[in-house]
Design a protein around this ligand. Structure first.
Ligand code: SF4
Ligand code: SF4
Length: 145
């Protein structure tokens, strides 16, 4: 069973497990603490540094849903129009193509050389599925403007 962030014992395992924390000034334990205290700054771009790898959540001795909590923080930031332009760009790609990284001719050639179908069985092949992807994004409040 997952526990609330308020059961954090500040052991630091989450920070020590975080691949992002090794390269940017992002400290998972600090974020958990700030959230516990109601001091999260939604303008702080650090909330977007998490790669959602779930390392911290798997290793937390208190079984706290850290990553999901970070996603909830981001959701709140997004609702307030606070999102990094790079993240918005990725969402636009998904909205327009169904992929965060749309396929290009080079990849199509590579697929063919490996004996795969030139177009993968995704929204690239089934364009009608793109409408569902867009619906899901719009339901989440996204608009491609
Ligand atoms: S690993 Fe869990 S208990 Fe330890 S500091 Fe991080 S959130 Fe708190
Ligand atoms: S889920 Fe996010 S905060 Fe947790 S270890 Fe991975 S990158 Fe760090």
């Amino acid at each position: 069973m997952l526990n609330s962030i308020h059961s954090c014992m500040k052991c630091g395992t989450c920070t020590g497990s975080c691949p992002s924390g090794r390269v940017v000034s992002f400290r998972t334990r600090q974020l958990v603490e700030e959230h516990c205290l109601g001091e999260i700054d939604l303008d702080d771009i650090a909330i977007w540094y998490c790669t959602t790898c779930y390392n911290c959540m798997e290793r937390c001795p208190r079984n706290i849903d850290i990553t999901d909590d970070i996603l909830r923080i981001r959701e709140e930031a997004y609702k307030q129009g606070k999102v990094l332009p790079q993240h918005k760009d990725i969402m636009s790609y998904i909205y327009r193509t169904g992929h965060a990284v749309p396929i290009n001719e080079e990849i199509k050639d590579l697929r063919e050389s490996l004996g795969l179908s030139r177009i993968p069985p995704t929204t690239h092949k089934f364009e009608e599925a793109l409408g569902i992807v867009r619906l899901l994004l719009e339901e989440g409040g996204f608009n491609d403007k």
